[in-house]
Design a protein around this ligand. Structure first.
Ligand code: TTP
Ligand code: CA
Ligand code: CA
Length: 619
């Protein structure tokens, strides 16, 4: 199968052709193989037409009725019945109505000045209103909680507002031992003891478990759906058994989510995050697909590689131009050596991803959001300092709502800092921050007052000052950062130590990706700064931190990008925290996981990736 030349790396050939690894009792009985576990199973579950579904459920509309969610004149979500009319996110609302006159069009909720809560107003206007995603966030949390409740023992990582990764490795292992008790120890006469390979697996029935992606390519000229049972001549493996068990568990939760909350979802199940994500879109909506190891090569080969996350940008383009190729298969003939020579050492991650290798971990995020950000890009820029108040109040209302809602779960939540960030024209972006007092009852007034003060400090004497630049603010953001429970400082330090347990292989993989992303941004500073909110300057190290290329897409919703930037900020400040911690003397006696001699700086750069990576799944 895949043959890789693992020159100049710690990788061995086995890393590239392990689609059917020998699994021994030792593998099965080890509990900490992490991403190297040959029975690793990961799923990604994505909600179908999510915002549209949220509105359909909220309004109790028949799910068969075509429905879209609009934001100003654009569509941001289109349900599947509406897609049948050829309506897509690319359409303007009016054009969509022409395609389907009975289309139900719901404008996303908005904040307007003077209102504490977002609402579905009659004629929301981008000049005065601000989009609210609060309802979708709440529904998203409900779905996430159903995963948590329905899958005890599974690691679950919320990957975006409508997606979660689930690592099924542990619960599947438990089920394996329960269902096949003879696996709990090697036969007494086995010569190699624990290193004895497992006996052949029992036959698998895939009935009702989802669509099993075929191991041989489907003929392109027939569209018959004949692949839902696995009539493949490829021998079933224990990994296939593991996949089928995960599919069973995932199927149950998906049914539960549908019956209790009304949302349909699509899931992908495979050996790692990358493949799970790809597989989730194999068949939509309301279905789950399973990618057996044996099916990986033929599934990936015909795929246009520029569709793969991380390969959509400049690197993908460079590859396409260098080799005049389109598909993953076209790129497989390039040796690792050549790739690294032409595209740098770090391009090993491309080599791996093309072969379906992804060692990144499914990591549960802390339950507490560390920052909250409300932002508004102004279609009509502010030209007088006195006009700032309106937007600060609107943004303050959103922060108030979100903080108070979060306090329902953790009443002592306290944002240490409030930050006002403005963009003037296209070039300059400036921010000012202040400590935010701990107040029991945080109201719109309190936040707006703090915001107004920052506004004055930031732009106070700007308009009318002799010789000053014309005053023009094109975007305003108000955020809370450093959100913690009053007594949670201890916890967050513990959390940090816990996170360091990840394996080196995975860590270096993440790092490669990260470095690749940042290397793009170096020479294109000019272009980046033309986008709203694509980077920030760290107050502590004065470094400019850019969003990865995939998130600089101008068509992305402003809130999505703002959230991504907030995540990046939090992670960057975590990085400083981690650095400080690593300098501090190691007080804990059980600090074995934390090795002061590891290159902390590099390690924590990897950490920066984890939170921001989730935004790639939107692609
Ligand atoms: P997606 O999961 O990309 O799309 P979807 O859920 O609408 O449809 P699908 O069934 O194909 O998964 O995005 C989730 C939500 O995020 C979507 O409902 C609306 C929002 N969103 C935007 O606001 N702008 C965007 O550009 C994208 C891609 C999504
Ligand atoms: Ca979706
Ligand atoms: Ca999604």
């Amino acid at each position: 199968m895949w043959k890789g030349k693992a020159k100049a790396t710690e990788l061995t050939e086995a890393d590239f052709d392990d689609l059917d690894p020998v699994i021994t009792y030792r593998h099965l009985l080890s509990h900490n193989l992490g991403v190297k576990d040959p029975l690793r199973v990961v799923a990604l579950c994505d909600s179908d037409a999510f915002y549209a579904a949220c509105e359909q459920v909220r309004l109790k509309v028949d799910p068969a009725i075509p429905l879209v969610v609009r934001q100003w004149d654009s569509l941001i979500a289109v349900n599947y019945p509406a897609r049948k009319f050829g309506i897509s996110r690319m359409d303007k609302a009016d054009d969509a109505l022409k395609k389907c006159p009975e289309l139900k069009v719901v404008h996303v909720a908005t904040y307007k000045e003077g209102e504490k809560e977002p609402g579905y107003w009659d004629k929301p206007d981008t000049k005065t209103h601000k989009v609210s995603l609060d309802h979708y966030r709440r529904e998203s949390v409900k779905i996430y909680n159903m995963f948590k409740e329905g899958l005890p023992g599974a690691e679950i990582e919320k990957a975006s507002i409508d997606e979660a990764f689930v690592d099924f490795t542990r619960p599947v292992r438990e089920k394996l031992m329960e269902r096949y008790p003879y696996l709990s120890q090697p036969p007494t006469d086995a010569p190699d003891g624990l290193d004895t390979p497992l006996p052949p697996p029992p036959p698998i029935s895939w009935d009702g478990l989802g669509t099993v992606i075929p191991t041989t390519p489907e003929p392109t000229d027939d569209n018959n759906e004949h692949s839902s049972t696995c009539e493949d001549d490829t021998l079933a493996t224990w990994h296939d058994v593991a996949l089928s068990m995960a599919a069973e568990m995932m199927g149950k939760v998906r049914v539960d989510i549908h019956s209790k909350l009304g949302y349909t979802t699509s899931a992908g199940i495979g050996r790692n995050k990358f493949l799970a994500k790809l597989t989730a879109s194999y068949r939509k909506p309301n279905s789950q697909s399973i990618l057996r190891n044996a099916a990986i090569p033929n599934y990936l080969k015909p795929m246009p590689f520029q569709k793969i996350r991380f390969l959509g940008g400049k690197l993908g383009k460079a590859l396409a131009e260098e080799y005049d190729v389109k598909t993953v298969g076209d790129l497989l003939t390039i040796s690792l050596e050549e790739m690294q020579r032409k595209f740098g050492e770090n391009s090993i991650w491309v080599y791996e991803i093309l072969r379906g290798i992804d060692r990144s971990d499914v990591k549960e995020k802390s339950a507490i959001t560390k920052s909250m950000l409300a932002s508004k890009n102004l279609p009509k820029p502010i030209v007088k300092t006195s006009e700032g108040h309106h937007w600060i109040r609107v943004l303050a209302a959103e922060l108030a709502l979100r903080l108070n809602e979060a306090r329902e779960a953790s009443p002592t939540l306290w944002p240490r800092t409030i930050v006002l960030h403005i963009r003037q024209g296209y070039q300059t972006s400036r921010s000012k921050q202040a400590a935010f007092p701990f107040v029991r009852n945080v109201t719109v007034d309190i936040i707006a007052a703090a915001g107004d003060k920052l506004w004055k400090e930031l732009v106070g004497a700007r308009d009318g000052a002799p010789g000053s630049m014309p005053f023009k603010v094109s975007s305003v953001q108000l955020s809370f950062t450093g959100i913690e429970s009053m007594n949670a400082a201890q916890q967050s330090i513990e959390g940090f130590f816990k996170n360091r347990g990840s394996s080196d292989a995975e860590g270096s993989n993440l790092k490669r990706k990260r470095e690749d992303d940042t290397s793009h941004s170096m020479d294109s500073d000019q272009a980046i700064s033309e986008l709203p909110t694509a980077s920030f300057t760290c107050d502590r190290c004065r470094k400019r931190i850019h969003l990865p290329e995939a998130l600089r897409d101008i068509s992305l919703d402003e809130d999505i990008r703002a959230e991504a930037l907030a995540a990046l900020r939090t992670e960057h400040s975590d990085f400083h925290l981690a650095q400080e911690l690593s300098k501090a003397p190691d007080k804990s006696s059980g600090g074995a996981k934390f090795r002061p001699n590891t290159p902390t700086r590099k390690k924590n750069k990897q950490k920066e990736t984890s939170g921001i990576t989730k935004f790639f799944s939107r692609q």
